[in-house]
Design a protein around this ligand. Structure first.
Ligand code: SF4
Length: 155
């Protein structure tokens, strides 16, 4: 089931961009993809979101499998320090931007859309140069849900 989902869930990613072009408020749907991996981890389902149906993971896998140069990513990309730095930077930037949006729907949606666009450009470049899903090594939501999954396991 999850293999089928991983083959098709990239379409939600494309639909997300199309809807956001028509009305930027649709970009708020991107929050679902931020919350779902954490929710699944908290429920004790580990990284099922990442391995089973993440639209971005599916997009990277399906679009870059053939295009990717598959070079080896630098070792620092896999270090906890680097992942934590990416997490802090992106979440910090996101939180401050949402704060300054002041509860305005359109401004908040713009913040989400900007975050998705920037991370997609970076993820695509990484997928093109390194392995298709190299972004998943540093993705803040994947990193956080992995940390929660490890914590739940220890419990
Ligand atoms: S690491 Fe991030 S982009 Fe990759 S599958 Fe998980 S949530 Fe999606």
């Amino acid at each position: 089931m999850s293999q089928i989902a991983m083959k098709v869930s990239w379409s939600f990613f494309i639909i997300f961009f199309i809807l956001s072009i028509f009305d930027v408020k649709f970009a708020l749907l991107g929050l679902i993809c931020m919350v779902l991996p954490l929710y699944q981890s908290f429920r004790g389902r580990g990284k099922v979101h990442c391995t089973g149906y993440c639209p971005r993971g599916s997009f990277l896998h399906n679009f870059f499998s053939k295009l990717s140069m598959r070079k080896t990513a630098p070792a620092f990309v896999r270090t906890s320090l680097f992942k934590n730095m990416v997490l802090l930077f992106m979440m910090g930037f996101f939180t401050v931007s949402i704060y300054f949006a002041g509860g305005d729907y359109v401004k908040s949606a713009m913040v989400v859309l900007r975050m998705v666009i920037v991370s997609t450009v970076v993820a695509s470049l990484m997928g093109l140069i390194f392995k298709p899903r190299t972004w998943c090594t540093v993705c803040p939501m994947g990193h956080l849900s992995g940390a929660i999954a490890r914590y739940k396991k220890r419990e």
